[in-house]
Design a binder for this molecule. Sequence first.
Ligand code: SAM
Length: 466
Amino acid sequence: MARRKQVQENIKITGIADKGMAVGRDDEGMVYFVQGAVPGDIVDVLVLRKKSSFKKGIVYEYKSYSPERIEAKCLHFGVCGGCKWQNLDYTSQVKYKEQTVKDVFKRLAHIEPEEFRSLLSCNQIFEYRNKMEYSFSQRRWATKEELASDEIIEFGPAVGLHPPGAFDKVVQIDKCWLQDDLSNDIRNYLHELAQEKSWTYYDSKLHKGFLRNLRIRNSTLGEWMVLMIFGEKNDKDIFILLDMLSQKFPQITSLHYVINEKMNDSIHDLNTIHYKGEEGITEQLSHLKYRFGPKSFFQTNSYQAVKLFDLIVELADFKGTETVYDLYTGLGSIALYIAKNCKKVIGIEEIKEAIEDAEINKKINNVQNAYFEVGDVKDQFNDVFVEKYGKADLIIVDPPRAGLHKDVCEMLNKTAADRIIYVSCNPSTQARDIMLMPTYKIKVLQAVDMFPHTHHIENVVLLEKK
Ligand SMILES: C[S@@+](CC[C@H](N)C(=O)[O-])C[C@H]1O[C@@H](n2cnc3c(N)ncnc32)[C@H](O)[C@@H]1O
């Protein structure tokens, strides 16, 4: 029974839906998507949005807590949007990720893989990321509790991560558990220095402010790259900041900056400037060394990337005679990893700098049979490409979250390679794309957990020609 019009009592949370929202039903079968709950909780829901088939809301009151709950390790948990599942036991996280993939493929897309394998979980569930991107803001994000209290709130500047779903707001972060602790030291040092120097932080409404974003990358070989993103050009202060930063942290082996005066945060279309140290950092994944610059995509969890790439090799079941296309190749990570197993591999990637890195990595690793082309896969992967390199026996695709362009699905269907390995960080778009490829059936499906404490899933599917 409803206690107040907008509060629905005693909703038993039974699972996790798309985008990591907890989901439950009332006695009439109405579906509730609830922020702040985990499966096994019984909660009263403050309904914020109503549709005919579902309601969305936040926890109004916990009636009983799930046995799958644990104490979150992070002091910013619940405010920061980074690790929404830190209060859920890791075994349960794995269980719900598997369930999500099953739901997307079997229930929603009605696709039945021949073999549905268990998710490849992580051994290291903290400090697993090799890249963090922090934002600066003139005004920090205050929690609901702070706003409701009688305390006077200091809305000073902040450097940190975003609250859930609010990409223009910044939660001040003192310690994040996702990357090696040096990342915290670098960020906190810059925050202190900026206040000492009275530098301005970015104001996302006015689109001005000196300090905008901070990208920190590291590798298991102990190398560190910092890319400082400024919102305004001010050479004197830029050089003071970079010099003081590199003096304070000799661990930084590669230091860059870029000036972003655009309305959005993306920097792929801007020139980054190499300031000090090496131009890139190097990571080792199994038998390969990868050197990459500040703009190239690299798998963010190096430990799981090895498992992911080994899974691709296993599913490919190479004979050594195959021509392979690696579409959305980035800096050629997968292409170079598998090169020793096949006759030749050709990668396509739209970021020019990533392909420059791919060519460097080809040399570093003495790979002779990998070739790379720059361009949009939608334009590049066509009949001329197939004519030039020969028909593929295997095509690997690893697109961004949006999935494949429908023309790419059409071309994959038409090219009719014997097998396709589709790697995706978004099972929903992956299932949608596979439905556009009637030439293929799913032989094997296996997810890999690259991002503990988040709802994000990396899913690998082996497709075979029917
Ligand atoms: C998920 S990453 C995969 C990279 C690589 N396979 C790896 O494992 O490191 C996707 C890559 O696709 C590239 N990309 C995105 N859209 C593209 C497009 N339309 N055409 C070509 N490359 C694209 C991105 O720049 C990025 O490097």
